[in-house]
Ligand binder design. Structure first.
Ligand SMILES: [Zn+2]
Length: 181
């Protein structure tokens, strides 16, 4: 495992020299994938690997917890920029033992406040959308689906096609989470 940024810069040099193929500009009309997948930043959650996809086969939005609300602008941007012609399917994937299930917004805010007490007011306004407890994992997927499906700026087709899953970090399997509108 790389331990310094300089090591990674070295790797980049090698990559650029040996394996990089020039990518098309947007003006050259690269083909765009139909999927946008929300998933967690957790290093144990290798979305490309467990779906066996290449980088160009899906837009993958990663944030803590894989919370849709925290990155909804990415979906709105992509879908508007591509004039509603690229995306067809939104996928939400949360995972077992997620750090977000072991933390609450209050806990994170308390931690921040302890470090920078002068900014208590600003910290109070922050929204992390932590899941809170492992028992709420499935509910958090439903919550994100509800958020998508009832968001008045999300295109209907996308909202209707949104699907949610829990990915098990031990078995590697995705389990669908039912959603009743
Ligand atoms: Zn996570």
């Amino acid at each position: 495992m790389a331990t310094t940024w300089d090591e990674l810069l070295e790797r980049n040099k090698k990559y650029a020299e040996t394996e990089h193929k020039p990518q098309p500009y947007l003006s050259e009309g690269p083909s765009l994938p139909p999927f946008i997948i929300f998933s967690c930043i957790d290093i144990r959650v290798p979305v490309e690997r467990f779906l066996n996809i290449q980088t160009e086969e899906a837009f993958i939005v990663r944030n803590a917890g894989g919370r849709v609300k925290n990155s909804i602008n990415d979906l709105l941007f992509l879908d508007t920029f591509t004039q509603g012609k690229g995306l067809t399917t939104v996928i939400v994937i949360h995972h077992t033992d997620c750090g977000y299930t072991h933390n609450t917004d209050e806990g994170i805010k308390d931690g921040l406040k302890a470090r920078v007490p002068n900014h208590a007011h600003e910290i109070r306004q922050l929204e992390f959308n932590c899941i809170g407890t492992p028992e709420k994992l499935e509910e958090s997927v439903r919550e994100d689906l509800r958020y998508l499906k009832t968001h008045h700026l999300v295109r209907r087709e996308l909202a209707d096609n949104a699907k949610g899953y829990v990915w098990d970090i031990k078995t590697g399997k995705l389990s669908p989470i039912g959603y009743e509108g």
